[in-house]
Design a protein around this ligand. Sequence first.
Ligand SMILES: [Zn+2]
Length: 330
Amino acid sequence: MPLSNSQYDAIMRIYQQKQLTNRARLLKRREEISNRLPAYQMLEEEIISLSMEEAKRQLLQDADTLSTTREAIHSLMEDKRNLLLSNGYPEDYLNEIYDCKDCQDTGYIDGKKCHCFRQAEINLLYQQSNLQATLESENFSTFQMDYYSKNLIDEATGTNSFMLAQSAFDACLQFTKNFDYEFENILLYGSVGVGKTFLTHCVAKDLLENGHSVIYFTAHQLFDTLAEQKFDAQNADSIPEAYQHILDCDLLIIDDLGTELANSFSTSQLFLCMNERFLRKKSTMISTNLSLGKISETYSERTFSRLSGNYKLVKLIGEDIRMKKRRSKS
Ligand SMILES: [Zn+2]
């Protein structure tokens, strides 16, 4: 979708900033190594002088000495690598640093927008920047099982809260692992504060890190955005550009479905959006406080059948974790 010139410039400025920051980080690392490991510097100098030698041998077509020189360079490179490793540094410590290795922070691969550029567009157009900060603290590695009790039993399934949380966690993890191979959608349901939003963040973080485009909306935000301009899925040409990402991004997360004021407009737009993504084989993850029965009452029958037929249903029960946290703080 075309960005305005100023939006495009804003994104390109972010890339320039990334390049500058990473360049500065690398210079700092180089300085650190030359202070801490003077032998590293010496090895580098030897390699440079041997490389000049190598070039000379090549010009003179001196095959015998050329291969000896090459071997010597190779062995010095190995020494450099071992020196870093034996001093507790990763072997790529002095390699160029990139936020995105795929496009080397240029935003483009072979003249085409990199996935990181597309995500930058999404972040700008749909104001996703708050999400990035949240994902630092809410992800698979920080999910805590001890908020879920083994004594709290879900009457409908006979399973306890702990087991449900464990299988919800596993289902979300599996969803991200299989993301490139299997087309799947997830509906997370359960009462307020049982960790549904947290799990959507876990999935978002994992997929973003693996180069997928993700849009995270609360149901409010989604319907506000959809209300700005209606689209008619029957007529692909009429789909406003602002929606293309909503329909096209690798994962659309709709958090807290049911907390918005549902009306006939929002329910039909929700169906169109879900349906269009389904046809495009783009995954959607929805979280809701509503029970399955309430979903079918609130939204249309066709929305409900899309959900029940094509979404993996994942349930969570428990005490309100936010309340628990507040209690343990006081
Ligand atoms: Zn990139």
